[in-house]
Design a protein around this ligand. Structure first.
Ligand code: ZN
Length: 305
């Protein structure tokens, strides 16, 4: 009897069906984005964050939008258990105890967390939250919040001198410099890359339990900064949790006029940090449009070209 396919081609055919199923069955990472109060334009930033994450096809984002500032928060009860990633775009009134406890439990059980920009201004007096963000600013932070942390002569300095925590100079374009190129998030990215106009957070303080300092930026006194090399992107040492903290991404006035978030470098580091926080690995390739030290690039529509 003649067979239509040889054994090998049948095998290859079955194998390719299997591969196709495996790829299509790779479920997006379930993500919870918390927003609703911020001294920033959260109405735009949370849509942009959701779009960046979902346009990558790696994440499916649910939104938890809190009541407005000053309103009753008692029903803002969140369940973190279904999620592999929690994105913090929230700086406002205290969460109910039940939500705070559930969040700490999520982190302690090895949850993935992104601390985005002014989320690190939130909750100055919540001890565990400050351990989760490692460094924070404003809202009365001072020497009681923990040391200043900055890069100096090849090491991370923790400086306990007194003073307010959190400030920034004028918005401007600036350079990011890698301090750990081996980490899955930074591996393959340029050691120096240009970032679009943004705030450059300086003089941040907190427990300073940074696990891997990934990128720093020089905060120039010429632009009203600290004169120090400031930690901008890092991971946090908090038990089994995987926490990615990016201070970049001050939200602009509109979805289309939002340079700091339209910067390719911001978007790609966010996506790599998100994948790492959720899975412990980064499988994304370094994209061709990533900025270099000599030019910055934009993804105006929050999508890879
Ligand atoms: Zn800002």
């Amino acid at each position: 009897m003649k067979t239509l396919f040889s054994g090998k081609s049948v095998f290859m055919f079955m194998f390719s069906i299997l591969m196709a199923c495996t790829v299509s069955a790779r479920k997006p990472i379930k993500t919870l984005l918390i927003t609703g109060q911020n001294n920033h334009n959260w109405q735009v930033s949370h849509i942009v964050l959701k779009d960046i994450l979902e346009n990558s096809r790696m994440f499916k984002v649910d939104l938890a939008v809190s009541p407005e500032k000053g309103q009753d928060m008692s029903n803002f009860i969140l369940d973190f258990k279904p999620y592999s990633l929690v994105v913090l775009d929230y700086n406002g009134d205290s969460w109910p105890e039940e939500t705070k406890n559930a969040f700490v439990e999520y982190a302690q059980n090895g949850g993935g967390i992104i601390v985005y920009h002014a989320a690190d201004n939130a909750f100055p007096n919540w001890y565990e939250f400050n351990k989760i963000i490692a460094l924070g600013g404003w809202e009365g932070r001072n020497e009681n919040s923990g040391p200043y942390a900055y890069w100096h002569e090849g090491e991370l300095i923790k400086d306990t001198s007194p003073g307010n925590g959190g400030s920034h100079g004028r918005q401007h374009e600036y350079m990011l410099t890698a301090r750990d190129s081996e980490h899955p998030i930074t591996n393959g990215l340029p050691n120096r890359w240009a970032h679009a106009q943004d705030e450059l957070y300086d003089r941040m303080r907190g427990p300073a339990n940074i696990a891997n300092l990934l990128f720093t930026s020089y905060s120039d006194k010429e632009t009203g900064g600290s004169g120090r090399e400031e930690p901008m992107i890092f991971t946090v040492d908090y038990g089994k949790a995987r926490i990615f903290h990016t201070m970049l991404g001050h939200c602009g006035p509109t979805y289309d006029n939002n340079p700091a978030m339209q910067c390719t470098g911001f978007q790609v580091t966010l996506l790599r940090g998100a994948e790492w926080a959720a899975t412990g690995k980064v499988k994304q390739k370094v994209p061709k449009d990533f900025p270099t030290s000599s030019y910055l690039t934009y993804r105006y529509d929050y999508k890879a070209p």
